[in-house]
Design a protein around this ligand. Sequence first.
Ligand SMILES: *Cc1c(COP(=O)(O)O)cnc(C)c1O
Length: 386
Amino acid sequence: MSERLKALESLPLRDNLRGKVPYGAPQVSVPYALNVNENTHPLPPSVVEAIVARVTEAAHGLNRYPDRDAVQLRAALASYLTERAEVELSEDEVWAANGSNEILQQILQAFGGPGRTLLSFGPTYSMYPLLAAGTDTIFASGEREADFTLTAESVTRQITLHQPNIVFLASPNNPTATALDAEVIEAAYAAGEQFSSMIVVDEAYAEFARDQSASALALLSGRPRLIVTRTMSKAFGLAGARLGYLAASPAVVDALQLVRLPYHLSAVTQAVALAALEHTDLLLGTVDDIRGQRDRIVAELAKLGFGVHASDANFVFFDGVRDSAALFQALLDRGILIRDVGIPGTLRVTAGTAEETGAFLDAMRDLAPQHLAAAPQAHTLSLPTL
Ligand SMILES: *Cc1c(COP(=O)(O)O)cnc(C)c1O
């Protein structure tokens, strides 16, 4: 054990944090960073200008605390969702925080905690168990089918078994990229009814979905314990701004106000997000291109012989890799950083610009003969129709 680790172990750390490792996707400088599902397109210069103007205005008022309830921003987010998803939402039904990770943390602070259980279905977003540990919430690790999909029947069975206080459903799921059918979410909500489970649908990648009508936002009406979380980190290309939000019943928003830190959203963050929301068309102008690059990766990797999972996100999950760590390293040696999510035989890659995607696919064409698994993987999916 290193000296540093020994020093950590000697601190009176909470038991459920002992031995844990922090979230740590590598942050290294490479020509092609395709590992954390950012929108790799630079922001349009006119949007940058609008952000600077709004931040300048906000800077004059930085001697004062920001609007604690971020009402203007929540109204702008509500309009965005109302226009995009064609569901009527007001600011009372929207809440914002520093990234959807903070939203998820607040949900756990309000509805989880000691003796309470969060159920999620692995493989899924690696932050869920960490957020559970941080709030002393029991993490129940549910299962998926062999092809990593989730069915209404299996979700119902596992919710009935674990009787969770909270359920996290990522749709599309990270790292496996496929969105959930509405019937799975409806089934989860119905199964959780008897335990008053909060059902949280993490739609971080919703804007990239093949079927835009599939959002769980359409299910909110009449379901007071359903929460849909969204973020500006992915499609909006604002990962650095840290702005996540949710849509839910006003009572859920009231509950989260009990645990949020006072003035948790800085005036600068609110200004950046407001400026961005005034230019959604421009900002989301790259989404179609990214979807195209994603579909190109799906088609090309399949042609090379890899097993490719249907993707509703801005990343692609593939299997049929002989040795994930070896292929990851071979790509990194060529300046291309993708993600080894720790599932043997698989890797995940973000769809970047046409040029970045081309560089990745060129490298894969070279590397495939050496790095393809000998036999097809048992869980290789049939290809999506493109
Ligand atoms: C990227 C991602 C998020 C976004 O987190 P932010 O804190 O909003 O940047 C949330 N959920 C999943 C599943 C993700 O992959």
